[in-house]
Structures are given as structure tokens and as C-alpha cells.
Design a protein around this ligand. Structure first.
Ligand SMILES: Nc1ncnc2c1ncn2[C@@H]1O[C@H](COP(=O)(O)OP(=O)(O)OP(=O)(O)O)[C@@H](O)[C@H]1O
Ligand SMILES: [Mg+2]
Length: 285
């Protein structure tokens, strides 16, 4: 199978930049591999995975990892009242996302795989290299062509981050995503906003958010979602970037040393002042 055109795919899905990463993910899937996307929150992992599975004309089944997710949720389960009545009949099996993806040759997109309990991760092992999952009372299910796992994980320094086992990592090819450059981010925010803020507001929002990622007082900076929120809020607030930024950033940044809300506000005010010095905000007409 030839590699689909990353450029056309990106355009069709409104993906800004990321051509190399798109090509890499596509190559992985075309070569019948599974792909692990690694990068911080909001960096575009889901957007990329979705575009790729659609570009390959495969279905897309999504699962979000959390510590209480179970093997039965991933694989599927028998309908209990039905089983009481008729026993374990195959038609009473309600397929979970894994079995759905295996039966239809779709991409199983596992968001935040590293947060899944070990038991859930272990179910994926035979599914990923033999295309096989065994369900009690039902038997072996074999994946049809097209089935692949695309998973994401946040880098290890993030809170609530578990680790993937060596066996699981051995079944994935890795594509790392880091923050995009400023011009790309401005373009993405322009696409995502819903309140038509001015290009100037968008630029300010992006520059402020980017500053949160390089400040030693901040352990975890904000993602592009924060910039979208700031631009939209500021627009609705008549240009009050200050209020908008505090609303959007307070929940999204984590200080290096734990501090109270006042400290967060202080850091934000400081970053705003630095940005203002660098390029003063044109007065609003
Ligand atoms: N390169 C890009 N082109 C267009 N839109 C993008 C791009 N990167 C991110 N976005 C948009 O930014 C938002 C966040 O991206 P996305 O949800 O894909 O991030 P994520 O890495 O999956 O985040 P999380 O770790 O929180 O799941 C989405 O609205 C997405 O459409
Ligand atoms: Mg995501």
C-alpha cells in the first residue's frame, strides 16, 4: 500500500503544520505497525490520530484511559439478564471498543494509555502482535486487516502518569509531538476560536500562553486550548485580556513550588507585563 498524501490529508482535516509527524504516523499504520503518540496536553495528538485513521479509510474507535477502566469495558461483556435466560449465547456478547475495532479493521485510538490499569494494558499485548483476543465463553476473536492501535501518552513528568510496560512499548513505534511554533499556533487558534477575536488578541493570547511554558516558576505550562479560551473570553469581555488570562490560566498552569491562588495570579500578571513590554498592545478603537 502506498503512503497517502500527508499534505492533502492535512488540508482536508484543517491540520496546521505537522506534515512530518503526519507522514510518520501514516507510515506506521501503512506498514501495519501500531503507533504511540507522545506529547504534552493539547499538543494535537487526538487531532492527528483522527485525521490519519480517516485518511486511511479505516474506522476510528476511541477509548479514554483512566485508572478505573476495566478489561471488560475494553473487550466487551455478556448481557447479564440475557445470560440468565439463555446462557452464554454469542449474540448476547456486547463488543467493547477493542473487539469492535478488531472485527471491523478500524483504528483503536487509546487516549492516555499510560493511565490504564495494568490488566487493561495486558489485554492489548496479544491483540497487538497476533491480532488475537480470547473472550471467556465466546472464544478467540481474530482481527481483520486494518486493525491497529494508535495510543497517546503524556510525558513522564505529568501528574497521574503511569508507565507502560516494556512488553507494551515493544509493540509500538513512537512519534513525539512537541509544541508547534508561534505562527502555527496563531493559525490554529484562529481556526478554533468562536467569538471572532481580532488577530491582535489572538496573537497576544498565543504569546502569553507560550510564555507560561518557558517560565521557571511554572512546572506545567498551558496548551493551545488556553490560548483559544483567552482570545474568546477577551473578545467577549471587551478586550480585557487581563481578566480573560486569569480565568483561563489559573486552572491550566501548575507552579513549580506549590502556592496559593494569589501566587498564580501574580505569575500571570508578571507574564502579561513582560509581554506588554515586548510589544505594547495597540489601543482598541
Ligand atoms: N496542528 C494542528 N492543526 C489544527 N488544529 C490543531 C492542531 N494541533 C492542535 N489542534 C487543535 O487544538 C486542540 C487540542 O488538540 P488535541 O485535542 O488534538 O490535543 P491532544 O494532544 O489530544 O490533547 P490531550 O492530551 O488533552 O488529549 C483541538 O481543538 C485540535 O483540533
Ligand atoms: Mg487528546
Amino acid at each position: 500500500m502506498r503512503l497517502p498524501d500527508a499534505e492533502a490529508l492535512a488540508v482536508a482535516h484543517g491540520i496546521v503544520g505537522r506534515r512530518a509527524e503526519l507522514r510518520a504516523v501514516l507510515a506506521g499504520l501503512v506498514a501495519w505497525r501500531h503507533v504511540l503518540l507522545e506529547g504534552p496536553v493539547g499538543v494535537g495528538k487526538t487531532a492527528l490520530a483522527r485525521a490519519v485513521s480517516q485518511g486511511l479509510d479505516r474506522g476510528f474507535v476511541r477509548v479514554d484511559g483512566d485508572g478505573r477502566y476495566t478489561e471488560a469495558k475494553l473487550v466487551g461483556h455478556f448481557d447479564p439478564p440475557g445470560v440468565l435466560e439463555r446462557g452464554y449465547q454469542p449474540d448476547l456478547f456486547v463488543p467493547g471498543p477493542l473487539v469492535q475495532a478488531m472485527r471491523t479493521g478500524a483504528v483503536l485510538f487509546v487516549n492516555e494509555l499510560n493511565r490504564m490499569p495494568e490488566g487493561v494494558q495486558n489485554v492489548l499485548l496479544p491483540a497487538m502482535d497476533e491480532g488475537l483476543v480470547t473472550v471467556p465463553h465466546l472464544g478467540a476473536i481474530q482481527a481483520v486487516d486494518g486493525f491497529a492501535v494508535v495510543a497517546t501518552q503524556n510525558p513522564a513528568e505529568f501528574v497521574a502518569t503511569g508507565h507502560l510496560s516494556e512488553a507494551l512499548l515493544d509493540r509500538f513505534e513512537l512519534v513525539e509531538l512537541s509544541w508547534q511554533d508561534e505562527a502555527d499556533e496563531v493559525e490554529i487558534v484562529g481556526q478554533e476560536v468562536r467569538m471572532s477575536p481580532s488577530p491582535e488578541l489572538i496573537r497576544r493570547a498565543v504569546s502569553l500562553v507560550r510564555a507560561t511554558r518557558n517560565d521557571p516558576r511554572i512546572r506545567r505550562g498551558a496548551s493551545i486550548r488556553a490560548a483559544v479560551a483567552i482570545a474568546d473570553l477577551a473578545e467577549v469581555l471587551g478586550g480585557d485580556l487581563d481578566r480573560a488570562s486569569r480565568m483561563a490560566l489559573a486552572t491550566r498552569i501548575e507552579l513549580a513550588e506549590s502556592g496559593d491562588a494569589t501566587k498564580v495570579d501574580q505569575v500571570i500578571a508578571d507574564l502579561m507585563m513582560q509581554a506588554e513590554k515586548k510589544s505594547p498592545l495597540a489601543p482598541r478603537r
